[in-house]
Design a protein around this ligand. Structure first.
Ligand code: FAD
Length: 466
């Protein structure tokens, strides 16, 4: 802070600024620290306490699954993080063995795999990452400080820094900062499209696909005397059967977060009786049976802004130099697929790779090059999320093509077959955990079983279990 007041760091040519100190911003900062002499991360919330929920990340009250691929990438960026999560009490979960997952008509087989991870609260994960970053001498975190606009220069148009507005009581007098590169990680409400228009540039086109999923979540103490052979439960909504689902997710401190969800505006209630009744109405009442006598630790939190939204920066003919966006500021997914944090980690690694190919002081044309690479990464999680969402007639914005319908029918068969096949079940989990691409579901051994099932039951004959 005193450094800022003296403005000694304000003139550094090799400085990067990150807007937003949530997962995407923290991970971007981590890779920028290896490439820039100095990194300044600016977060509007006060984040002095390690594990406190804050207004900028209201989603932290809901289940936050860190997929196996995300866990692996975070370990790459912060070696030893998994151990730190364990030390803080986060359970270790082998996803295919320790989880009860209700398939189309029965529980999926439980089988060993190398798909393991830590389950924890979103606040713990973010807090530990922030703690690790604070050890870097070339990082400054400004909290209680909001970016209110971009500094720019013309001929050619480029971003040269940010304008600041301080909330915190010990506010600095500095009201703007220069940087060679600004990374916008300010989440789904990112103002970057507006800033671009103000600078006389084009805003990115957007694709929005909304399944109108609503969440209601409550935290519980895990009952002390509960003796079960599983760690968590997922009951998915199934198109044509039930628009309702739920997840019981174990976290540090022997607690559970239980998130209930309804698709197509079938929103779960936030009063106690309604919440439990919704749990009872799921395809099986196991969550209700567990929750009715469990001790709640929180109010019931609601969340409804769950649409898939992609701002296509990669489609712009030009982007000013000096600015890129990452994380939810570029693409948000229906959260039920748990892809946001893992995709943010993939984005950070892509940023690192692109920066390796460019010198930090010569970043001409860098933003568009980065966004084109990022778009390739976003393709698979986007297709998985929107392909599933487009099954519902209540979903808006999706125009499934015949090829999408074909893939949905194929995946329906895979869903059915995996209920009796640990091999297919494991392969499916690898795709869901983003360890393998969706094309892995078309591997010869799976394709063969799907074709066999067609030849036994006909193309349309096999009734999907309801
Ligand atoms: C209900 C819900 C459940 C989810 N569940 C999962 C899950 O199970 N698994 C998963 O991987 N992902 C999940 N996600 C997605 C995940 O939360 C995000 O993808 C992830 O947090 C990355 O987001 P982000 O860092 O880009 O943005 P955000 O998390 O939205 O953070 C943006 C940050 O920028 C700050 N900020 C905003 N504007 C400014 C400004 N002008 N100046 C300074 N700071 C600013 C905010 O305070 C905030 O800290 C879920 C999302 C929701 C909504």
């Amino acid at each position: 802070m005193s450094e800022l007041a003296n403005n000694t760091i304000a003139n550094s040519p090799a400085r990067a600024i990150v807007i937003g100190g949530s997962i995407a911003g923290l991970l971007a900062a981590r890779v920028l620290l290896d490439r820039f002499a100095e990194v300044i991360l600016i977060e509007k919330d006060d984040v002095t306490e390690l594990q406190k929920a804050r207004p900028g990340v209201v989603q932290s009250q809901h289940v936050h699954v860190l997929l196996t691929q995300g866990q692996r990438l975070l370990e790459q960026l912060f070696p030893g993080l998994a151990q730190e999560l364990s030390a803080a009490g986060a359970p270790t979960v082998e996803w295919t063995a320790d989880w009860l997952m209700l398939g189309r008509s029965k529980w999926n087989p439980r089988c060993p795999s190398d798909l393991s991870g830590r389950t924890c609260s979103r606040t713990l994960l973010e807090g530990l990452i922030r703690q690790r970053l604070s050890a870097y001498p070339n990082l400054t975190m400004l909290t209680g400080c909001q970016v209110k606009g971009l500094l720019s220069a013309k001929a050619p148009t480029r971003v040269t820094g940010v304008k600041l507005h301080w909330h915190s009581p010990n506010a600095s007098e500095v009201d703007s900062l220069n940087a060679a590169l600004v990374v916008d990680a300010s989440g789904r409400n990112s103002a970057l499209p507006d800033y671009l228009v103000e600078m006389g540039c084009e805003a990115p086109p957007e694709t929005k696909i909304n399944a109108f999923l609503g969440y209601a979540s409550r935290w519980y103490q895990r009952p002390e005397n509960l003796e079960v052979d599983w760690q968590g439960i997922t009951i998915a909504a199934v198109e044509g059967v039930s628009s309702r689902g739920g997840v019981l997710y174990p976290i540090e401190g022997d607690r559970w977060i239980v998130t209930l969800g309804g698709i197509g505006r079938d929103y779960p209630p936030t009063d106690e009786a309604g919440f439990l009744e919704f749990a009872r109405s799921l395809r099986v009442p196991i969550l209700y049976d567990l929750l009715k006598d469990a001790q709640p630790l929180s109010p019931i939190y609601s969340y409804r802004r769950t649409e898939n939204r992609w701002r296509h920066y990669e489609q712009l003919k030009s982007l000013p130099d000096g600015i890129v966006a990452v994380g939810d500021a570029v693409c948000t997914f229906n959260p039920v697929y748990g892809q946001g944090m893992t995709t943010a980690a993939l984005g950070a690694i892509a940023l690192d790779r692109c920066l390796q190919q460019a010198h930090p002081t010569k970043l001409n044309g860098f933003p568009l090059r980065f966004h084109r690479q990022l778009a390739r990464i976003l393709q698979a999680p986007w297709l998985m999320a929107t392909g599933e969402d487009s099954r519902w007639s209540t979903t808006e914005g999706a125009k499934p093509r015949w090829s999408d319908r074909f893939v949905q029918k194929y995946v329906d068969r895979v869903f059915l077959l995996m209920q009796d096949s640990p091999v297919i079940s494991r392969a499916f989990a690898e795709v869901i955990h983003m360890v393998k691409p969706p094309t892995a579901l078309f591997a010869p051994n799976i394709l063969l079983q799907v074709l066999k099932s067609y030849s036994k039951q006909g193309l349309t004959g096999a009734k999907l279990a309801k």
